[in-house]
Design a protein around this ligand. Structure first.
Ligand code: AHG
Ligand code: MN
Ligand code: MN
Length: 311
C-alpha cells in the first residue's frame, strides 16, 4: 500500500502554522528555493549531455544558450527570488554587490552560494547549493546568529534538501518519479564523535604548527581522510556520519578561503542545530560581525566530542 510521506511543502506549511501571526510569506520564499533547486537538479543531471546533444555546442538540451552552470544557477535563483515578492535583497557569490529588489516590499535577505563545488562539474562530482535567510531589519551585513533559516541542497547519488528554521534540522529526498522532496531524515542529530577528518592537506605546508601536530596526532589514532573539495558534500557526510571539517587560515590565505556570509555561516548555523560545534578563529563564526559581503573566515566544524578534542 502507498505510504503517504510529508513533502517539503507540507512540512514548511506545518512549521509556519506553528508561528503566531505568520503571513505565509516564509512558505512562499522556501517554496521558491525548492522550485529553483529542482530546476538546477535537472540541469546538473543533464550537464554531461550538453556536448553530445547540443546542436552546435552553443545550445543545450533545453535549446538555451550554453552558460556556465554557476551562472545559470545564480541567474535562476536571483530571478526566482526577485519575483517572489518576499525578498528585499540577495547576496550571491556570483554578484559583486547585493541585488536590491525594488519592485516589492519583501521582508527577507537571502544569501546564496548558487553552485558549490563547481570545480567538480566536469568530473561528475557531487555539487551543492547553499542558502541563508535573514530578516531585512538588520541590513545585509548581519551576524550569522540572526539567520532565520539556512540550508543546503546536495546533488549527489540522490538529491537532498536539508534545512533548519533555527531549531531541528530536517532532510528531504527528491523522488524523481513525482518531482517532490519527501521527508526522509527527520530531526537529524550529528554523531558526537567519528574518526574521519576533511581538509585540503595539500596546503599543510601553509598550516600553523599546532594544526599540523593535531593532524599528526589524529592520524596516529587511525583517523581516515575524506575530502572532495565540495563543502556541501563534506557537510552532508559529517552531519550524517560524524567527523571533522577544517578550512583553516593558511600562510597564503590568512582569512581562510570560505566566504563568511555565503558558506561558513549557513553551514555553522545548521551544524549547531544538529548538535555539532563550529569554530572560526576563537569562537563560533555566528558571532562575527561581517564588514563586507566578501569577507572570508577560517572555519572548522564537527561532532561535539571531535571539536572538544580539537579546541
Ligand atoms: P565554490 O565551488 O562555490 O567556489 O566553492 C568551493 C569551496 C568549497 O566548496 C570547498 O570546501 C573549498 O572551496 C575547496 O577548496 P580547496 O580546493 O582549496 O580545497
Ligand atoms: Mn562554495
Ligand atoms: Mn559557488
Amino acid at each position: 500500500m502507498y505510504k503517504s510521506v510529508p513533502t517539503l511543502t507540507d512540512f514548511i506549511l506545518q512549521e509556519e502554522r506553528k508561528i503566531k501571526n505568520a503571513t505565509g510569506s516564509f512558505t512562499i520564499l522556501l517554496t521558491q528555493i525548492e522550485n529553483a533547486a529542482k530546476i538546477i537538479n535537472s540541469h546538473i543531471r543533464a550537464s554531461g549531455l550538453a556536448d553530445i546533444l547540443g546542436k552546435t555546442g552553443t545550445t543545450n538540451v533545453y535549446q538555451e544558450e550554453v552558460q556556465k552552470l554557476d551562472k545559470f544557477c545564480n541567474d535562476l535563483l536571483v530571478n526566482t527570488l526577485s519575483t517572489s515578492g518576499q525578498v528585499y535583497a540577495i547576496i550571491s557569490e556570483e554578484l559583486e554587490k547585493p541585488h536590491m529588489v525594488k519592485e516589492y516590499k519583501g521582508e527577507y535577505i537571502v544569501a546564496l552560494d548558487p553552485l558549490d563545488g563547481s570545480s567538480g562539474i566536469d568530473s561528475n562530482s557531487v555539487l551543492g547549493t547553499i542558502f541563508s535567510i535573514y530578516h531585512k531589519k538588520g541590513g545585509v551585513l548581519q551576524q550569522g546568529k540572526n539567520q532565520v533559516a539556512a540550508g543546503y541542497i546536495v546533488y549527489g547519488a540522490s538529491t537532498m534538501f536539508v534545512y533548519t528554521f533555527g531549531r531541528d534540522v530536517n532532510g528531504f529526498t527528491l523522488d524523481p518519479a513525482i518531482g517532490s522532496f519527501l521527508l526522509s531524515h527527520e530531526n537529524i542529530r550529528m554523531p558526537e564523535y567519528a574518526k574521519t577528518y576533511a581538509t585540503n592537506e595539500g596546503n599543510s605546508l601553509e598550516f600553523d604548527e599546532e594544526l599540523n601536530s593535531y593532524l599528526s596526532k589524529i592520524k596516529k589514532e587511525g583517523y581516515k581522510l575524506r575530502y572532495s573539495g565540495c563543502l556541501v558534500a563534506e557537510t552532508h557526510r559529517i552531519v550524517m556520519q560524524g567527523g571533522i571539517f577544517l578550512y583553516p587560515a593558511t600562510s597564503k590565505l590568512p582569512s581562510g578561503k570560505l566566504r563568511l556570509l555565503l558558506e561558513v555561516n549557513p553551514i555553522a548555523f545548521l551544524v549547531e542545530q544538529a548538535g555539532g560545534v563550529s569554530y572560526a578563529v576563537d569562537s563560533s563564526p555566528l558571532s562575527i560581525a561581517p564588514k563586507s559581503i566578501s569577507d572570508r573566515s577560517p572555519f572548522c566544524f564537527g561532532g561535539k566530542k571531535n571539536m572538544e578534542e580539537l579546541i
